[in-house]
Design a protein around this ligand. Structure first.
Ligand SMILES: Nc1nc2c(ncn2[C@@H]2O[C@H](COP(=O)(O)OP(=O)(O)OP(=O)(O)O)[C@@H](O)[C@H]2O)c(=O)[nH]1
Ligand SMILES: [Mg+2]
Length: 416
C-alpha cells in the first residue's frame, strides 16, 4: 500500500470512530433527558427571553431548517422557507402548558390533536406537561406521538403541590364537609384545591417553564373550533398584551367568601401595585367595594409570565396563600389570576381573542365577527355559543371596553 493510500485509510478510520462517538453521545443525551423527567434544572435556567434550547430539535423532527435570529432580545427564531409543511417564519418565546394526570391521557391527546390541526402544525410551539405524579412511559409516548413539536414532561415538587403544613387541617376539613353538604362542586376535594393553588402560584416557577416568556394553557378534552391562521403569541408580543382570554364567566360564590376582603387588605398595604388604568370596573360593579365574581376562564389563557414572576403578583399570591383561602374555602386560580390582571395591569394589556373558537365542557366561544367565523372554517354552531348567556361575563367585558374607549384600540387591529 502506498503512503498516500495508507494516509487515506487512516483518515477514513478516524472519521468513522469520531462519527460513531458523536452518534452515541446524541443517543445518550436524548435518553438521559427523557429519563430525567422531573426538572433537570441545570438545563433550564436560561434567562427569560432566551429562545428554547431545544428549538432545533422541535423543527428538526418537522424537517425545517432552523436559524437562530439575531434579534436583540433573542426571543425569536426564524425558520428558513424550505419547510415541507409550511412552517410559519417567526416564533415567539412561548409554550403550551398542560397540567394533567396519567388518567387524563386520552383527553390530553384529543386536545393536542385539535390544537395541532387548527394551529400548531404550522407553528411548532413546544409543550410542557406537568403532573404531581410521575408520568408513565405510556403517557409520554402517546403524547409525544401526537405532535412533532418538542414535548417536555415534568414532575411537580411536592412542596408546590400538597396542602402546606401551616394550614389548620381541622378547620380545612370542617370547611370541606360543609361544602359537600351544600353541594359545592369539588367542595370536598383536596387535590382540586392543590391544583388551584399550583395553577395560581407555581406553574410559572417550574424549572421546565423558566426558559419561556409566554404560555398558552390547555386542558384535557377542550376543543378548538376554528383554524387559527395568525400567531396569538406574536400578537401579544407586538401589541404589548399581557393576558389573553376567550371566555369570561361568573365564579361560584360559595367558593370565595373572603377572597375580595383578602385582596383589598393586600391592595390597602400595597397601593403602589394598582395600575392607573386598571380594569376594576370589569370585576366590580360598585367601584371596588365588592367583587362581582367575573373572571377570565383560566382553562384557556395566553399570557406573559413576566407578570406572574414580577413583584406585584409574587407578593399578592403569597398574601392570599398565607390567608389559607385555598383550603379553608376553595379559591380557584381563575378569579385569583383575573383579579390580579384586572388590578395590577392597565386594561389595554388585557385582550379578548375573538377569532379563537374554544370550548371547555359545554361552554364555548365562537368568533362574534362573522367574517372570522367563515375564514376560520369554524365547526361550531353560532346559536349555541355562551358569550351572552346567563353564566357569562362577556356583556360586562363589552360594557367595560366601551365605557373605557378600549374598543377603539381593538378596532385598530382588525386581524385580532
Ligand atoms: N396532575 C394533576 N392534574 C390535575 C389534578 N386535578 C386536576 N388536574 C388538571 O388540572 C386541570 C384542571 O382540572 P379540571 O378537573 O379540569 O378542573 P376544572 O376545569 O375546574 O373542572 P371541570 O369543569 O371538571 O373541567 C386539568 O388540566 C386537569 O387535568 C390532579 O390531582 N393532578
Ligand atoms: Mg377542566
Amino acid at each position: 500500500m502506498s503512503a498516500a493510500k495508507r494516509l487515506r485509510a487512516v483518515i477514513l478510520l478516524v472519521s468513522v470512530i469520531l462519527l460513531s462517538f458523536f452518534a452515541l453521545l446524541t443517543v445518550f443525551s436524548d435518553s438521559y433527558r427523557d429519563a430525567a423527567g422531573p426538572f433537570d434544572a441545570g438545563q433550564h435556567d436560561l434567562p427569560h427571553g432566551a429562545p428554547p434550547p431545544d428549538a432545533g430539535k422541535i423543527v428538526e423532527s418537522a424537517k425545517v431548517e432552523v436559524v437562530h435570529s439575531n434579534a436583540q432580545d433573542g426571543s425569536r427564531l426564524s425558520t428558513s422557507p424550505t419547510s415541507d409543511i409550511g412552517a410559519h417564519p417567526r416564533l415567539a418565546n412561548a409554550t403550551f402548558v398542560i397540567l394533567a394526570r396519567n388518567s387524563d391521557l386520552e383527553g390530553v391527546v384529543n386536545s393536542i390533536q385539535e390544537i395541532e390541526q387548527r394551529f400548531n402544525a404550522r407553528f411548532h410551539y413546544p409543550y410542557v406537561l406537568s403532573n404531581d405524579k410521575e408520568f408513565t412511559a405510556e403517557f409520554r409516548s402517546a403524547i409525544s406521538n401526537a405532535t412533532p413539536s418538542l414535548v417536555e414532561f415534568g414532575l411537580i415538587p411536592s412542596a408546590d403541590w400538597v396542602q402546606p403544613d401551616w394550614i389548620d387541617e381541622a378547620k380545612a376539613s370542617a370547611s370541606r364537609a360543609k361544602m359537600v353538604e351544600d353541594g359545592v362542586k369539588y367542595g370536598g376535594d383536596v387535590t382540586y384545591r392543590n391544583m388551584c393553588r399550583f395553577n395560581s402560584g407555581f406553574f410559572y416557577r417550574h424549572p421546565l417553564m423558566q426558559k419561556y416568556k409566554y404560555y398558552w394553557r390547555i386542558e384535557p378534552n377542550v376543543h378548538f373550533l376554528c383554524d387559527i391562521h395568525d400567531d396569538p403569541f406574536l400578537y401579544m408580543q407586538e401589541h404589548d398584551k399581557t393576558y389573553g382570554f376567550t371566555l369570561a364567566v361568573h365564579e361560584i360564590r360559595a367558593t370565595i367568601p373572603t377572597l375580595w376582603d383578602t385582596v383589598t387588605a393586600f391592595t390597602d398595604q400595597h397601593p403602589e401595585y394598582v395600575a392607573q388604568d386598571n380594569a376594576i370596573d370589569f370585576i366590580s360593579n360598585d367601584d371596588g367595594r365588592n367583587y362581582n365574581g367575573c373572571h377570565f376562564w383560566s382553562n384557556f389563557e395566553i399570557a406573559d409570565m413576566d407578570f406572574f414572576r414580577g413583584d406585584a403578583y409574587a407578593q399578592y399570591f403569597d398574601f392570599l396563600d398565607r390567608s389559607g383561602g385555598y383550603y379553608y374555602e376553595r379559591w380557584g386560580d381563575a378569579p385569583v389570576h383575573s383579579i390580579a390582571v384586572s388590578l395590577f395591569l392597565n386594561a389595554s394589556q388585557l385582550h379578548f381573542f375573538d377569532p379563537i373558537g374554544y370550548q371547555h365542557d359545554d361552554w364555548r366561544h365562537c368568533p362574534l365577527d362573522r367574517a372570522m367565523y367563515d375564514a376560520g372554517n369554524c365547526s361550531c354552531d353560532y346559536l349555541k355559543e355562551f358569550d351572552y348567556s346567563g353564566g357569562s361575563c362577556k356583556a360586562q367585558w363589552d360594557h367595560f371596553v366601551r365605557t373605557n374607549g378600549l374598543d377603539r384600540q381593538e378596532i385598530a387591529v382588525p386581524e385580532w
